[in-house]
Design a protein around this ligand. Structure first.
Ligand code: AMP
Length: 397
């Protein structure tokens, strides 16, 4: 197996000087990514950049929240939490440029919880580009508010809207959702943006991208009482600067990574697939090595994801599968099985690339070269989280 970087963690033969030769692909869509950029040793900064030396205990927040934070095993704040929670408690806006895995969810949830505890009329809206991210944020909210009289709900596509109608008949403190469903509910006059004070756009680079920006603008326009806005993303698109400036007022700005390159906690390498060689065989060979305990494999197409997952299972490597054609229930179950360790591998298309927080993902494998650097960064951000070192391997045909 030809890999390019010398890496003791894997036993396959490597040759530092070997550079991949891009072969013209037969498919119409050809990735323009330069594989040479995907070879990089992890430079873990250890706790630096992740965990600060400041304990949660000193924060002026509800005792029960402090207990819940401790119960989650958080002792010190992460860097982004240390830099933002105090200002957010005071009502400041925020622009957070941070990798997922930096602790940003608790950074915005803790101040929101505090506002909600102090003001019974308080409502916050958290908008995300993916259903999974929305569900995950609500899960974190629920664990941080255990034993407190606060109510949240998630509104996402692919679920029965009639259930949402029932949920919305009760007062909610925190609403999480994807733009399409949120607007649908607003258009039916079931959800009122005008009473919501706080807005969070998570993965805002994508929320302000062509696909979502009009929906987001409508949501913002509807929030006539908006007092606080927080934007979080791993990358900052220069083209979105004007838009961002128009949304935020004197924000706290925290940058945990440099906003452009992929995680420094990830050991990145490529595997060249020689012409005529059985690529799937090369993939299963990898699983003979030690340490591939929790692996996400990304493919470009749903069809290939189906095939890879099926073949892995046939080869005795238990895998789950998520992509856009799977129902929300099915996706949730599959992610739970992966989280619990019932399955060792999750095969996914980009649907899973953003936001999913499964702790201890040891490896991200790109079975094909991702189409863009942005997609690559978000994928490999599934590993090397919470101060740990992960491995990203990309197959190059
Ligand atoms: P996020 O960036 O919100 O996706 O969080 C990444 C991971 O860090 C999640 O698994 C959190 O549970 C974890 N986490 C968040 N805050 C802390 C903290 N202060 N100490 C330890 N782990 C944390």
């Amino acid at each position: 197996m030809q890999t390019t970087r010398n890496n003791k963690s894997r036993s396959t033969g490597r040759n530092r000087n070997q550079r991949p030769q891009a072969r013209p692909a037969k498919n119409k869509k050809v990735s323009k990514l330069d594989p040479n950029l995907l070879i990089k040793a992890a430079q873990p900064s250890g706790q630096e950049g992740f965990q600060s030396k400041t304990p949660f205990a000193g924060l002026p927040i509800h005792e029960k929240v402090l207990q819940n934070v401790a119960a989650k095993g958080y002792e010190n704040m992460t860097y982004i939490q240390e830099k933002s929670i105090q200002g957010l408690l005071e009502g400041r806006d925020m622009l957070g440029i941070s990798n997922t895995g930096s602790g940003k969810t608790a950074a915005f949830l803790i101040p929101i919880i505090e506002h909600a505890l102090k003001d019974s009329k308080f409502e916050a809206l958290i908008v995300t580009p993916t259903r999974e991210l929305a569900l995950q944020i609500e899960e974190e909210f629920k664990s941080l508010t255990q034993g407190l009289p606060l109510r949240s709900a998630t509104f996402i596509g692919g679920t029965n809207i009639n259930t949402d109608v029932k949920t919305l008949s009760r007062k909610l403190n925190v609403i999480v959702g994807t733009p399409g469903r949120l607007l649908d509910l607003a258009n039916r006059r079931l959800l009122k943006f005008q009473t919501i004070q706080t807005l969070v756009l998570d993965e805002f680079d994508r929320m302000l991208d062509m696909g979502f920006v009009n929906d987001v603008k409508k949501i913002i326009a509807g929030m006539t009482q908006r007092k606080q806005t927080m934007l979080f993303s791993a990358t900052l698109e220069p083209s979105q600067k004007n838009l961002i400036d128009g949304i935020l007022r004197n924000p706290i700005q925290v940058k945990v990574n440099n906003g452009g390159t992929s995680s420094e906690n990830v050991d990145q390498d490529i595997i060249r697939v020689p012409e005529g060689k059985d690529k799937f065989g090369m993939l299963t060979d990898l699983f003979q090595e030690e340490g591939l305990d929790k692996v996400i494999i990304f493919t470009e197409t749903k069809r290939l994801a189906d095939r890879v997952s099926k073949k892995l299972n046939q080869n005795g490597i238990r895998s789950g599968l998520i992509h856009g054609n799977k129902s929300q229930n099915n996706r949730n179950r599959t992610i739970d099985e992966f989280k619990n360790g019932d399955t060792r591998v999750l095969v996914a298309t980009d649907v899973a690339a953003r936001g999913i927080d499964v702790s201890d993902v040891t490896h991200v494998i790109n079975y094909q070269l991702p189409m863009t650097m942005d997609s690559y960064i978000h994928r490999i951000g599934r590993t090397g989280r919470a101060g740990k070192t992960g491995v990203a391997i990309t197959f190059v045909d």
